[in-house]
Design a protein around this ligand. Structure first.
Ligand code: AMP
Length: 512
């Protein structure tokens, strides 16, 4: 028998097995009003009401429904209310600018755009058929209470979500994931990280980012509790762990750093000590940070490696019983590797040192970009663009990036995109944008520019402001250096590795 996998399977189980449990505690201070605390029975009702509303609006199966929002209860219901009833959900980074969001809406052809009240000004004149500023007063534009949604014939091979990610091109690409891929990612991730019905999951990771790495599905399937966190602030994270008895969270190394800072100021025992496990990825976490998570917080550190293109789970590194008695530093060294392939994933390293992956979680394709898809998946292997190695314990270490991507605070920034913007400044004649190590963000963005004679009057601040007016702020350079010329190959190609080298001297890895 073959029964199609769909994301609805996760909620179906929770709703039937745990109807009276609290499914979700929404952000108490959500602008426009959140959903409060809702049970799985109520969660299911809202999801059906949302799908029924899409029917009423004439938004058909296969159409795209986009959302720009910080973590929120309504974003959670949409993973099911949109994808679970045959539409394609497109969660978008809330840090993007008007033009960037507008490009995505146009590119994916979304017929509906739902936005958090804080994004109203940024998004209000975007050309889309149905525009809703979410909140209690607008719930009737998003949900049709009591109405039954039209049935959708489940198909595991259709696209459930599109996540736009900055990569090797100036414009972000839309990663299409099928129900099947999301299902496999959620179940294997849940299994490897030991998600159970005792888990209380704190959403410190943005839900738009690779569908919150699949935790909105995995935790729901087990009937765990979701605690929404809108903004990542260390003291607030600790408070919520204490208040809700959080056991599980995910985030980039920058989130761990924020928690460690907050813990240093915290009075009394650290919340979640001996109870929280934290899954970290997005950049290689420093070994010292890993050790501090155990010694200063008493939390379990778990590293994963993956990409939006791989749903994301490719590898996981979690303490083995064999390492239990190691000293914290030695254990941290073991855990500083990206980890071993998750079940169902095959990893290879090609002769250029690029990590290749073969698995059911690899993307269906880049939305409407068949050439980009063909470049990424060659002979059945997905090219990650990351450089690394595999050791004799079959653990992968990521040490370099083949693609022109900077990762700052866990978010990808395409250096080409930033270069494009700087080039549009009249005084700039040459530009190279590189990632340089940064204590707080892992990497930060530096622009090396050559200006023409008129450019003498242009300052570092002017160029940074020029970018900030045109792009999401996390993508903008934090420093600009003026140069006479930039290192190029004989064919005129920028030698980024040469330009980067002085900033990374003496470091073990060429990424941070
Ligand atoms: P994204 O698609 O935005 O989730 O970014 C994926 C990229 O993040 C990967 O291609 C890697 O460059 C980087 N990344 C993710 N996890 C790790 C990790 N554990 N160590 C090093 N880099 C990572």
């Amino acid at each position: 028998m073959k029964v199609p996998f769909t994301v609805s399977d996760f909620l179906y189980r929770a709703e039937n097995v745990y109807p009276d449990r609290v499914a979700l505690a929404d952000e108490p201070e959500a602008p426009g009003g959140g959903l409060g605390e809702i049970t799985y029975a109520r969660f299911g009702e809202l999801v059906r009401a949302q799908a029924a509303k899409l029917d009423q609006l004439g938004i058909g199966h296969g159409e795209r429904v986009a959302m720009v929002s910080q973590n929120a209860g309504r974003l959670m219901t949409s993973f099911y209310g949109v994808s679970g009833y045959g539409r394609i959900f497109v969660p978008i980074n809330f840090r993007l600018s008007h033009d960037e969001i507008s490009y995505i809406i146009d590119h994916c052809g979304a017929t509906m755009l739902l936005v958090d009240p804080s994004m109203e000004d940024t998004c209000k004149d975007i050309d889309v058929e149905h525009f809703v500023v979410m909140g209690t007063d607008a719930d009737d534009q998003m949900y049709a209470p009591g109405a039954e949604p039209a049935p959708w014939t489940p198909d595991e091979d259709v696209t459930a979500t599109i996540n736009y990610t900055s990569g090797t091109t100036a414009r972000p690409k839309g990663v299409q994931q099928t129900h099947r891929a999301l299902w496999v990612n959620a179940t294997t991730f849940g299994w490897h990280s030991g998600v159970s019905d005792r888990d209380v999951y704190l959403h410190t990771l943005p839900m738009f980012h690779c569908n919150g790495w699949g935790m909105p599905y995995a935790v729901t399937g087990m009937g765990g509790k979701h605690v929404v966190q809108r903004e990542v602030r260390g003291p607030e994270i600790l408070k919520r762990i204490e208040q809700h008895g959080v056991t599980l969270m995910c985030g980039a190394p920058a989130v761990v750093a924020a928690v460690l800072d907050a813990a240093a100021e915290w009075e009394g025992p650290i919340p979640g000590s001996g109870q929280v496990r934290m899954v970290v990825a997005g950049a290689p976490p420093p070994t010292r940070t890993i050790a501090r998570m155990e010694t200063e917080l008493g939390w379990e550190f778990i590293q994963i490696y993956g990409l939006t293109e791989t749903a994301p789970l490719l590898t996981m590194n979690r303490c083995r019983p064999e390492w239990d008695d190691f000293e914290p530093d030695e254990k941290a060294r073991k855990l500083s590797r990206a980890g071993a392939p998750a079940i169902g994933v095959k990893i290879d390293v090609d002769n250029q040192g690029e990590i290749l992956a073969r698995a059911n979680v690899v993307l269906e394709g880049y939305w409407e970009q068949p050439e980009a898809t063909a470049e990424a998946i060659v002979d059945g292997w997905f090219h990650t663009g990351d450089g690394g190695s595999m050791d004799d314990e079959h653990h992968v270490t990521i040490s370099d990036r083949k693609k022109d991507v900077i990762i700052s605070g866990g978010e990808n920034v395409s250096s080409i995109e930033v270069e494009d913007v700087l080039f549009s400044h009249p005084a700039v004649t040459e530009v190279a944008v590189i990632g340089v190590p940064d204590e707080k963000w892992g990497e930060t963005i530096k622009a090396l520019v050559v200006v023409d004679a008129a450019g003498d009057a242009v300052s570092e601040r002017d160029l940074i402001d020029f970018c900030r007016d045109r792009m999401a702020h996390f993508k903008c350079p934090t420093s600009v250096e003026f140069r006479e010329e930039l290192a190029r190959t004989a064919t005129g190609k920028l030698q980024k590795f040469k330009l980067r080298a002085p900033y990374w001297e003496g470091m073990e890895k060429q990424i941070n």
